[in-house]
Design a protein around this ligand. Structure first.
Ligand code: FES
Length: 343
């Protein structure tokens, strides 16, 4: 049985290919035109070193000069000595350009719907089924979409998981006067074709081997919808998942039905919605996300924390973790600013 492989690089590009059962990872990569740097091919030089971010694998020979015990515990691998036992994702510290392979693809998608789900938020639905291959990406990654009729591109996280029908979603913040925002409000119609580049970014769901804390600021929720779709599809990965979803105003809150649906589809999934400047009608939680973290729980057990939102939110939470003296966690984050529309 073949296994699906994703290689994620330091420049944010990701390459996808298939590896045969028992095939060495390096051989599979080379066979698919992904020419990762190599030297000895014998597990000694560490030139082909990477890290397995998700999936199961075995290693043939590994010289202890190439990978230490600590490296092995951190799931570092040598591509020339790795064989897969499942689909897997690997990260490398060098740029994709070193591999002399194409990576990002440019794709056309037809607009099937624009849901204006709040005054400040829309969900754009694209049908890219005319593209022969599946539009591959890791849940959490983003695409750059061209604003039609302009030379401007805007970046948005996929709000669902990759699928063979190439039906794609993006959660988009509508700015009072932004190129994409104006297009979506004023001109975008079902049937229009948009061009986009994908996949991009190094924010994606890694191996889940401890509880997950997900922190979404505003339309940063988009990346988590993709990850949660993936977890729901698999029936969870055996660890609790807590999502903290923070917005400025209650009118910005969206996709609650979808979040509710994950409760029955992902064992151990819970979420909280927190509004920092609520209206009088808002009856839910008020304030900022760290106020709602359970410090005792975070102290008790190692966890992985993923954050996607505006830079002040990400920095505030990093500062809070530091102040609490919490150290037993892995942290992954994506910051975006509206002017660049990395959402
Ligand atoms: S090429 Fe030398 S360790 Fe893989």
């Amino acid at each position: 049985m073949n296994h699906k492989v994703a290689f994620s690089f330091a420049d944010g590009k990701t390459l996808f290919f298939e590896a045969g059962a028992n095939e060495l990872l390096l051989d599979a990569a080379l066979r698919n035109g992904v020419n990762i740097p190599l030297d000895c091919r014998e597990g000694v030089c560490a030139t082909c070193k990477g890290r397995c971010e998700s999936g199961q694998y075995t290693l043939d020979y590994v010289d202890d000069e190439a990978l230490s015990e600590r490296d092995l515990a951190q799931r570092k691998i040598l591509a020339c000595q790795t064989r897969l036992q499942s689909d897997a994702t690997f990260s490398f510290d060098f740029d994709s350009s070193l591999c002399n392979a194409a990576g990002t693809q440019t794709v056309q998608g037809v607009v099937t719907d624009i849901e204006l789900i709040s005054p400040s938020t829309a969900i754009l639905h694209l049908d890219a089924s005319a593209t022969e291959q599946q539009v591959d990406f890791l849940p959490g990654q983003y695409a750059r979409i061209q604003v039609p009729g302009t030379s401007q591109w805007r970046s948005y996280s996929f709000a669902n998981r990759p699928n063979s029908r190439n039906q794609l979603q993006f959660l988009i913040r509508l700015l009072p006067d932004g190129a994409m925002s104006n297009f979506l409000r004023e001109r975008c119609q079902p049937g229009m074709t948009l061009e986009f580049e994908a996949p991009l970014g190094s924010f994606y769901l890694r191996q889940v081997d401890k509880p997950l804390v997900l922190v979404a600021g505003g339309t940063g929720l988009s990346a988590f919808l993709g990850m949660l779709d993936e977890l729901a599809e698999e029936g969870g990965r055996g660890h609790p998942v807590q999502l903290f979803y923070g917005v400025t105003q209650d009118a910005d809150v969206c996709e609650l039905q979808r979040l509710d649906s994950y409760r029955s589809r992902i064992p151990g999934f819970e979420y909280q919605t927190i509004v920092s400047q609520p209206s009088q009608q808002w009856q839910g939680k008020v304030g900022y996300i760290p106020q709602y973290f359970d410090v005792a729980q975070l102290e008790r057990q190692p966890f992985d924390i993923y954050m996607c939102g505006p830079p002040p939110m990400v920095e505030a939470i990093k500062g809070w973790l530091d102040e609490q003296g919490l150290h037993r966690f892995n942290m992954y984050y994506e910051k975006f600013v509206d002017s660049n529309s990395k959402q």
